[in-house]
Design a protein. Sequence first.
Length: 587
Amino acid sequence: MIHIVGAGSGDVDLITVRGARLLEEADTVVYAGSLVNPEILTTYTKSGCKVYDSARMTLEEVLDVLLTAERAGEKVVRLHTGDPCLYGAIREQMDALDAAGVPYEVVPGVSSFCGAAAALHAEYTLPGVSQSVVITRMAGRTPVPEKESVASFAKHGATMVVFLSTSYLEGLREQLLEGGYAKDTPAAIVYKATWPDEKVVRGTVDDLPQMASENGITKTALILVGGFLGTQYDRSKLYAPDFSHGYRAAKTGGAPHADRLAQRLAEFFRDGGDVCTVSAPEKYAENGVAALGSLADWTARSFGQADALIFVSACGIAVRSVAPHLRSKFTDPAVVAVDDCGRFAIPLVSGHVGGANALARRIAAAIGAQAAVTTATDGNDVFAVDTWAAGQGFLVMRPGAAKAVSAALLNGEPVGFYSDFPVEGPLPKGIVPAKEGKVGIRISLAYEEMFQATCWILPRILTLGIGCKRGTEPIKIQKAVDSTLQGKYLYMESVQNVASIDKKGDEIGLLEFCKANCLVCNFFSAEQLTRAKGRFTGSVFVQNTVGVDNVCERAAVLGSGGTLLVGKQVFSGVTVAVAAAPLVIRF
């Protein structure tokens, strides 16, 4: 008996119990050395077992070893990667064994396409997105039937898993686009799924060649494409409370539909790690739902505290409730209205910067609704600079100019673009490199009027390295920081965090300064600071006091992961340095 065994997707523990037992008992093993994790052999085979690597053998040589061992009465295992039925070339082996009259069995394994889904925390078959999975490959030295080309499969828009094609990513991208996938269709590359050196890279169909190149991936990877990698999908009927099947009746009764819908949304956001509360009229305030009281009072209280407000009500009710509190789309929270039947999610306020458009799409995905996004740039597929900036964690410092950018793009007029940071990939449609003109976007840490209307985007990439004497008041630290930044034409808004030595971990003044500015402080040991790379201003006194020659500069570099921008600035009891994290602009 010859046992054809699937070794699993890579991790030693992912071989089946039966497969592991057969390996433990085997006298001879022929394994696919180019793909099978060799640790599986060292873990499961016994001493004296003869092991052959089929990567260096022809089919005839493999069969010779298998048949010779089997005829000698040995226990023989032919070990394949993943599940042998996928790209395992086992049909020709089984035919040869049948012809020789040798019995065999096939032991299935965990395919790498299953391991890749696990690595991505993804489900290939999502309701409302895709209920089919296409497993295929690009044509190389092994041809693919013309009717099974990637382009022909792409026409279906189904989930696609592409094997053995990492060397053909330029061609793969062209076939995916030719078949109908949009450039921004979510895509991922999973290198050595479930192996110890597994690597997951996410992006879009258009990014695929760049994703592989930047991460040094040239082989042993799967390419996965489709909406299943996105955020929108319909909830499964299987566990829906209002759906019945042979094992469970639908749950009805209790609060009106609007309140049940609100609780469903709250559960969805809590599962995603968000803090979400539900309020309802008093007669329905139960099971963790707060009593609403006056809608006007609730709105006034919530508007200034929450990042987003969701009204499960008519749009008119939501609009009248928030109207007295509206100030600016750059400061107002996101406001979304959902009809009580759960059919539509409508962003009403702060669609771009506040994230109401994105929130409406998340809601729609959670309850199987339609997001009714009405902002002009979204409706006309025009680049929205404020939405893009918010997604990058950048600040739009000239809101009026952001409106000018959108107006120009909607009118088909070119918008100039200049960045102090390197840019990778193409610019959005309508955006052109320029240093002057009517309307433009400038990405920089310091403001400069380059265009008649300059939309200044300020990246948050700075780290403040701070050293201070014990007991220094927060106001002194604030003044030292302000003086440092202003002296270099930098802005507090571009600071993302603070860093110092761990001996300052309980320094009240430093902690209060961070709290007042909503900044996290990262603390490093003297040993860690010593390992910071760069040229720093050393001090014998500091070395003797805390065990490292410089705190502020070294801490700034470690905290940013980048380079020193402003060297040590000395004030009364306080030292400040500034470092900038590396930044590449991508659209």
